[in-house]
Design a protein around this ligand. Sequence first.
Ligand code: AMP
Length: 208
Amino acid sequence: MNIIFLGAPGVGKGTQAIKLAESLSILHISTGDMLRENVAFKTDLGIKAKSYMDQGLLVPDELVIEMVQERLQRKDCSKGFILDGFPRTIKQANKIASVIQVNKVINISVDDEEIVKRLSRRRICSSCGKGFHLDYIKPKPGGKCDKCNSDLYQRDDDKPEAIQKRLEVYKNQTQPLIDYYKEKNILADVDGSGSVDGVFDLVKKASS
Ligand code: AMP
């Protein structure tokens, strides 16, 4: 089963994709996480990607497509996977369609005001990468990760100017994928405005 998660930044795609991957025992592949890892390790890809990411812009298609293609060729993808954050452009979607069968696309939506609230209050563990929200998924007292007790940080692209840019980029480059997958009859819409567990119930129904 190969599933794609679509949605604007901040709709909770990552949280829901991880939960669904766990419940289906398939891989969770986040292109944002892969790129951040490349940035952290200062790989050639990371060095090229960093300035785009810091500004809230998409990393060029060629770079991301090559990274994803290489990842999907590994053995652990054979049982299926969830792609979180890919594709983000029609070019990426055409490419992925030529190498794998996409069984389902789950499109999560939340209104813009809520997205800004979610992103600006989001924090990430500097060690294990677990995501928190200062109001909804609270860290331990003292602002530490509840899994590994490390410090949390705010992503540069979760700061106000980058959030606006990311929403604009989403509307111009990624939103057209909703119609693209609707036409292929594999799109399921999920209202992402509820609680994490409430939205997960909808995600599970949508994926079955
Ligand atoms: P995310 O964690 O999915 O919000 O991604 C963080 C950033 O990584 C995005 O704002 C882009 O700069 C970059 N990125 C992640 N996935 C892609 C993709 N499929 N295409 C281009 N850029 C991407």
